[in-house]
Ligand binder design. Sequence first.
Ligand code: CP3
Length: 349
Amino acid sequence: MQNERFLRALRREPVDCTPVWIMRQAGRYLPEYRATRARAGSFVKLCKTPELACEVTLQPIARFPLDAAILFSDILTIPDAMGLSLSVDEGVGPRLAHPLRARADIDKLGVPDAETDLRYVMDAVRLIRRELNGRVPLIGFAGSPWTLACYMIEGEGSASFARPKALAWDDPATMHRLLDVVARAVAAYLAAQAAAGAQALMIFDTWGGLLAPEMFREFSLRYLAQIAQILKSNHVARDVPLILFSKGANSHLEALADTGCAALGLDWTIALGDARTRVGDRVALQGNLDPSVLHATPDAIRGEVGKALASFGAHPGHVFNLGHGITPEVNPEHLGVLIDAVHALSTRT
Ligand code: CP3
């Protein structure tokens, strides 16, 4: 591996400068991504064609001095493999054709076989590793059981995800049956990505923060901990650092750090220094600038990068990122300014 910064930071080892990658770094803000997506015909086709998924994974790596690549895919590949059928249309967002609306729908679900039912993902991981040729490490990922259950029940995005919450209140046993099967699917999927060559794993619990504290512990945290435990008992995945990102769940950082993960992703509603004080040296931290910073001027971007680095302080264990994904309207040159500023302002002599 030519660039070890990201993996060293996840292990909380000293680095020459702070590593940086960006959630959704392969995406619509890049004209080359939009061109490949048009060639693919659809987002799902892009995900399911390993050569094209590899091509878009490498696009931001070719353009910027990023310290990690992330597999181009989606969290909704698992529900798709479970038979719910994913599509993503321009201006509509992700949609599942067969959402779970009855108990019988949940009883029918099984754990997909990652190497056969999700073979296109494993083929993409193997191909990307070969094409990266050791330039930077590759991150694999999955959605959290709670976040996947939100989409599986609702069938599409939602501001409140009232349907999955109502199921958790009305029929917690059925909700737990769903979360259990999804958690086993996520663990198997992540272990297979590690076996295929993913060098770090990340779980996106995008909608964890919608839950009140007690519900968060029962319906999200419990299953994140279960997955972390399953991965610890897997002979390949046990050595692959796991990053947990529960967006909007800052009140649970200590509990998340106790799951046995290597790092926590943070959104921008907490100062890095405060988060570090709370979790101490148990885990590395990843984040956490407000993605809207990229709409500000280059000088303002550099200023915010400097403040975030200063807030974390001169400790090992920081991976720079935004607090959520980069948005389609961003000028790519502004992302270049951010990445250069992270490296320049964090250089240790
Ligand atoms: O970070 C990366 O570069 C890797 C690729 C990646 C995508 N989705 C590509 C994508 C990752 C890690 C995801 C995860 C994902 N997908 C999450 C968790 C992360 C988060 O943002 O909180 C969620 C909630 C989803 C579900 C999903 N898929 C959403 C909300 C969307 C966006 C819909 C829209 O129109 O804005 C998608 C589609 C999607 N996934 C796109 C990309 C680049 C845009 C689709 C397109 O090209 O039209």
